[in-house]
Design a protein around this ligand. Structure first.
Ligand code: HAM
Length: 360
């Protein structure tokens, strides 16, 4: 938690993530009774008191999704198929899904003990932080970034060899469904998560080019969390994506910017209203349309429209107002269609024409 005393002495605590809050809302709003298998999403700022560096901020943004009340492997797989499709849709092509199973309350304590014994046996090679981890949460030994510790932990026992029958079956089913849907992933037997509520399926989305903070998203199963917050024994699974980091890996290639089908250019004050109306009708039909104010020469306006990557410029000047029709200039072929369209054409007709002409 990021807690501090505000200027007037009030104690403030800022949320570090939203999963615990979603579960609390699920309980307090009564969804646990009215919609026990709720599927929920959120987006918003989160706060962690971390040492800021590239890709790691004290205020950052997450979007996340949570499925409550489902302990079956289909819920995990469906969520990961959606995550995969989302990453592809936003252009995060190089993001990689890393997957592991962390076991449950039956098998994890056994593994934790094995890990503790391993850590004790290699105590002299571990960093002071890992000495503390050994006492509090030996699983986090697997997370240490110190080179010496990593070398030791390469040889540590892995959770997979300690999974109980139920966890093994669950994990196999999740993987089979991901394989069926062609969702690529890498098994990472040393993947543990920074938050303590996870069990069974755990995953991270990592990407190159982010430096040390290479996780774009993460999530997994948290079957004990609802009960821990005072509710019934209800399962849950979800993920959150870090929007700031996502932006770092999708920005830069310019693809996020929509291709403009047309730019509307009123040439004088009187044309401003009709031009806005014209652009609005096209936009309501789902076309990306630009609109510039009058005041510059037609030549300058056309150059600007060209620079924005538009195929067509829609000109509304003196003559066009008089005729009640617009002139359309094809910016690629460099030719005009004088008075090509009626100013008051219905949006659907305009959109059909522009789509055909602009190839939009
Ligand atoms: P998390 O792995 O702590 O998981 O955070 C998810 C993502 O938030 C990270 O992969 C990262 O992209 C972004 N993030 C975290 N801390 C920072 C930071 N200081 N600056 C910038 N970005 C950051 C969770 O928060 C879980 N609630 C996810 C979840 C949902 N598990 C189950 N359901």
């Amino acid at each position: 938690m990021y807690s501090f005393t505000d200027r007037d002495g009030t104690s403030l605590t800022l949320r570090p993530e939203a999963t615990a809050g979603v579960v609390r809302a699920y309980l307090e709003s009564g969804l646990v009774h009215t919609d026990p298998t709720a599927r929920l999403w959120y987006a918003g700022p989160m706060f962690r008191r971390e040492r800021p560096q590239r890709g790691r901020y004290r205020q950052f943004y997450q979007i996340g999704a949570e499925v409550l009340g489902r302990d079956d492997p289909l819920a995990d797989a469906e969520l990961l198929v959606m995550l995969n499709a989302y990453l592809a849709a936003v252009g995060a092509r190089d993001a990689r899904l890393e997957l592991n199973s962390l076991g449950d309350a039956t098998c994890r304590p056994v593994y934790r003990e094995r890990l503790r014994e391993f850590g004790q046996a290699h105590l002299e090679a571990l960093c002071p932080d890992c000495h503390r981890r050994l006492e509090r949460n030996p699983l986090r030994l697997l997370d240490c970034k110190v080179e010496g510790c990593r070398a030791v932990m390469e040889r540590a026992p892995v959770m997979r060899d300690s999974l109980c029958e139920a966890c093994r079956t669950h994990f196999t089913a999740v993987r089979a469904l991901l394989d069926q849907e062609g969702v690529p992933y890498v098994l990472d037997l040393r993947l543990v998560r920074g938050l303590d509520y996870y069990c069974r399926t755990a995953f991270e989305v990592v990407a190159e080019g982010l430096g040390a903070q290479n996780a774009v998203g993460g999530g997994g199963r948290y079957d004990g969390l609802v009960a821990a917050l005072g509710g019934p024994d209800v399962a849950g699974v979800g993920f959150a994506l870090g929007v700031d980091r996502l932006a770092m890996i999708v920005a830069g290639d310019g693809e996020a910017r929509p291709q403009l089908a047309a730019v509307v250019l009123p040439l004088e004050e009187r044309a401003v209203g009709p031009a806005l109306d014209f652009a609005t009708r096209l936009r309501r039909e789902g076309l990306a349309v630009g609109l510039e104010p009058p005041g510059r020469s037609l030549k300058a306006l056309l150059r600007g429209a060209d620079r924005q990557g538009a195929r067509l410029a829609v000109i509304v000047g003196e003559e066009e107002l008089k005729a009640g029709r617009v002139t359309v200039r094809d910016l690629v072929r460099r030719e005009d269609r004088p008075l090509a369209l009626a100013l008051d054409s219905p949006g659907a007709d305009l959109a059909r024409w522009v789509r055909a002409e602009a190839g939009a």
